[in-house]
Design a protein around this ligand. Structure first.
Ligand SMILES: Nc1ncnc2c1ncn2[C@@H]1O[C@H](COP(=O)(O)OP(=O)(O)OP(=O)(O)O)[C@@H](O)[C@H]1O
Length: 787
């Protein structure tokens, strides 16, 4: 890619930048190809090269269509080199010109963050391409190894060839030790396409330093440091005098070719915490930061005397590129993580949340010009990158998206965060010169000309010429004096330059002292804050332990209560079952009693009918006998007496005391009422009793209307034609029973018989009728002639 063109397009892309000095965080989106077995979602649609739309299709929640705009969107068909050229190449350009850059990948677990940064051997990602590009560019302009040396306090120093040689020997020993710790698998190479950065200063000499750290459960570990064997060292974060954050005591290894860098990367990668989860078989359980620092030193030019020339002190440029592979956010409900994995997931989510919060507050401060404290210290991740957000440099983020339905909800959160991040403004990267720190060479004579040194650092004053004065020769004296004067002048000059140098050294020394002092003050402050943090954490953990104990006892109580409730429920269920059984038994008993009652009723009705029939037959027989007698008597009388004309006088109305005789009799007819009583009872008695009598009149057949006013006296009565139910008889309001029967008598006249009885309740809840009276109503025509 052409550098000029690239710079132009970069400018165009950042046109929305609100100030010349500031630039927004550059956010790119990469949509990975759908994984086998995953269901794709139709809710993400690419509208243009920088815009995508998201709807709620396939989601449980209905959503309006939302558009998300990024600097560029890479599709599933975008190649690794396309992403490198678009995103990382400009950062490398900055790096080789002494500027800082931060690139991080963000997204849900399994969305392709590690793939984007690392890639595969035949299809390398951003990191291998960066390394290859750096060495393709500066391979020929490298400083001798160990001449530029990390001071392990985020700075660099220049040392003598001799010390460099010593360090080289040491590093060979260290490398041997480190290599014994490494495995064969760490020897890796990536496909190199020969990409180079244009326009680097070929008069400079370069040194490339690599460090690789991880943030695991909010602690920083050096992945390259084997000083304590295979155990990873927990490191602390510090701020240097230029307000840059760094990992204190981190091992920065100088690499001379890409292969060395890859081996280091692989060695760190093997120590990095990875694990198989339900969503990714090779999931990063920590955030990893691969740091590349390029230190450049202006080429030492020798003067005519063969001495190295140093134009000024500000000749060292340090560029830093941090490639950050953030661990993926993951919902525990989806991963079903437990134990260690759950703790890791919660730590990952917490640090990502801190990153979000910091960027949100930063944006708010920038928009509202407010000064809310940005909580960088809440997490190691944000604390380490504080200087990128507060200082200068270019910050880029690649948001990785896995377009499957399962990831939809989390992708929405990721896209929202990414969009918000674009509003954060970062001061543009600037080139900074760092004063050279030189280690003091112990053995002046052993200095080699290749080593950078000042022109007069270790020079002594020129010796005074030994002159022999020949007073006889004025000329000779004059020459000697001139020589002395010249030497003195030289000495004076030298002395002046030495004084100047001493002053300069003095000021440098003072500055370094001040720096050291500052470092000490900072360290003290950090130590203090760390102590307070530890104290707070301890307090928190104590409180949590107390809470846990409380919760455990509450849990225990709840468990025993629930057991009690279970017991109660069990006994209640038993009782319910018993009651159900009893109810069923009662119902059966009731049914049986009903059947018994019905049978008894039927039997009683049959018995009554039989009794009635018998009585009727008996009465009929008696009547017939009497009629027979009467006929015989009549025949005797007729035969003995002469026929007499009978005057049929108007019958007189004779009121009768019997209650069944009504008070009025029509003149045209006379009613003869005959009473046959089985049980003699006085009329008075019955009259007095009839006041409270309630009758149950049982008409077996529908009686013929007699057309007479003479009716049986049953004032309160209920007439029924059938006795269907026991309750018809057992009704407690009724106390008398009357069975009404009608049939022609022996003379062919209509005769009504009333069989009367008392309804007496039985002890079984039923009722019995005790018949105690029979009333016969016979209607005779007064004009009838007896034969
Ligand atoms: N663009 C892509 N093309 C092809 N394969 C991909 C792509 N992105 C990811 N993969 C594959 O998907 C799998 C998961 O990807 P990767 O490990 O990069 O996810 P991650 O986001 O780093 O996950 P985690 O956050 O859990 O570490 C890997 O096997 C990787 O090779």
């Amino acid at each position: 890619m052409d550098s000029a063109k690239r710079t132009g397009s970069e400018k165009a892309l950042s046109s929305h930048s609100d100030s010349e000095k500031k630039d927004s965080v550059h956010v790119y989106c990469r949509i990975r190809p759908i994984r086998q077995g995953n269901e794709p979602t139709n809710s993400i649609k690419l509208l243009s090269a920088d815009t995508l739309s998201l709807t709620g299709i396939g989601s449980k929640v209905s959503r309006k269509e939302t558009l998300y705009q990024f600097k560029h969107i890479f599709t599933a068909f975008s190649s690794q080199s396309e992403i490198f050229n678009h995103v990382a190449y400009p950062l490398l350009d900055d790096l080789l010109h002494g500027k800082n850059g931060l690139l991080f990948t963000y997204g849900v677990t399994g969305s392709g963050k590690t793939y984007t940064l690392t890639g595969e051997q035949n299809n390398p990602g951003i990191m291998p391409r960066c390394i290859d590009t750096i060495f393709n560019t500066i391979g020929d302009y490298q400083a001798p190894k160990c001449v530029i040396k990390s001071d392990r306090m985020n700075g660099f120093e220049i040392q003598s060839e001799e010390d460099a040689l010593q360090d080289r020997l040491n590093s060979v020993r260290h490398d041997k030790f480190a290599k014994t710790q490494r495995k064969e698998s760490e020897k890796i190479s990536y496909l190199n396409d020969g990409t180079k950065i244009q326009n680097v200063n070929e008069n400079n000499i370069y040194a490339v330093f690599i460090s690789y750290v991880e943030i695991y459960n909010n602690s920083v570990f050096d992945l390259l440091d084997y000083s304590s064997g295979k155990t990873l060292q927990n490191k602390i974060l510090r701020e240097d005098s230029s307000k840059n954050m760094y990992v204190n005591g981190v091992l920065e290894v100088e690499v001379k070719n890409a292969q060395e860098a890859f081996e280091l990367f692989m060695s760190g990668q093997n120590r990095k915490r990875m694990a198989a989860t339900s969503l990714n078989s090779d999931s990063s359980r920590s955030h990893s930061i691969f740091n590349i620092r390029v230190v450049q030193l202006e080429q030492v030019i020798l003067n005519s005397n063969g001495e190295p020339m140093i134009p000024n002190e500000n000749r060292i440029k340090i560029g830093q590129l941090s490639l950050v592979d953030l661990a993926g956010s993951e919902r525990t409900s989806r991963t079903n993580n437990t134990g260690m994995r759950l703790k890791e997931a919660s730590s990952i989510n917490n640090s990502l949340m801190s990153l979000r919060t910091c960027l949100e507050i930063l944006r708010e401060n920038q928009i509202n010009k407010s000064k809310r404290l940005v909580p960088y210290r809440d997490s190691r991740l944000t604390f380490l990158f504080k200087h990128y957000f507060e200082g200068d440099g270019t910050v880029k983020m690649i948001v990785c998206i896995n377009p499957c339905i399962e990831d939809l909800e989390e992708n929405i959160q990721v896209l929202k965060f990414a969009e918000m991040t674009q509003d954060v403004k970062i001061t543009k990267a600037e080139v900074k010169y760092t004063p050279i720190k030189r280690t003091i060479c112990k053995n002046k004579e052993n200095q080699t000309p290749g080593k950078p040194k000042s022109s007069s650092s270790y020079a002594i004053l020129p010796d005074m010429p030994i002159v022999k004065l020949n007073l006889e020769s004025v000329e000779q004296c004059q020459t000697a004096i001139d020589k002395i004067i010249k030497t003195l002048k030289l000495r004076q000059q030298k002395s002046k330059s030495l004084d100047k140098e001493i002053d300069e050294k003095h000021s440098i020394f003072r500055k370094r002292l001040v720096d050291f002092n500052q470092d000490i003050v900072l360290n003290k402050a950090e130590l203090k804050s760390l102590k307070t943090m530890i104290h707070k954490e301890r307090q928190k953990s104590r409180n949590l332990q107390l809470k846990m104990t409380d919760l455990e006892s509450v849990c225990q109580d709840a468990r025993s209560k629930s057991e009690e409730q279970d017991n109660v429920i069990f006994s209640l269920k038993n009782m319910l079952n018993e009651k159900d059984l009893k109810i069923n038994q009662n119902l059966l008993d009731k049914e049986k009693t009903k059947q018994k009652l019905a049978l008894a009723n039927e039997k009683m009705t049959q018995e009554l009918d039989a009794k009635l029939r018998r009585q009727r037959e008996h009465l009929n027989a008696q009547l017939k006998a009497k009629d027979q007698k009467l006929r015989i008597v009549k025949e005797i009388i007729d035969s003995e007496m002469p026929p007499v004309e009978v005057h049929n006088p108007e019958p007189e109305f004779t009121p009768k005391s019997h209650e069944s005789q009504t008070s009025q009799t029509p003149k045209s007819a006379s009613n003869i009422l005959q009473h046959r009583r089985n049980i003699s009872s006085s009329a008075r008695n019955r009259r007095s009793r009839s006041a409270g009598e309630v009758w149950l009149e049982h008409n077996v057949i529908k009686p013929c209307p007699l057309g007479t006013v003479m009716q049986p006296t049953m004032k309160k009565r209920k007439s029924v034609s059938k006795l269907d139910k026991a309750s018809d008889v057992t009704n407690p309001k009724q106390n008398r029973y009357c069975l009404v029967a009608q049939e022609p008598d022996t003379d062919g006249e209509m005769e009504t018989k009333l069989y009367k009885g008392d309804i007496v309740p039985t002890c079984g809840g039923g009722a019995q009728v005790i018949f105690n009276d029979v009333e016969k109503l016979r209607q005779e025509s007064p004009t009838k002639e007896y034969d």
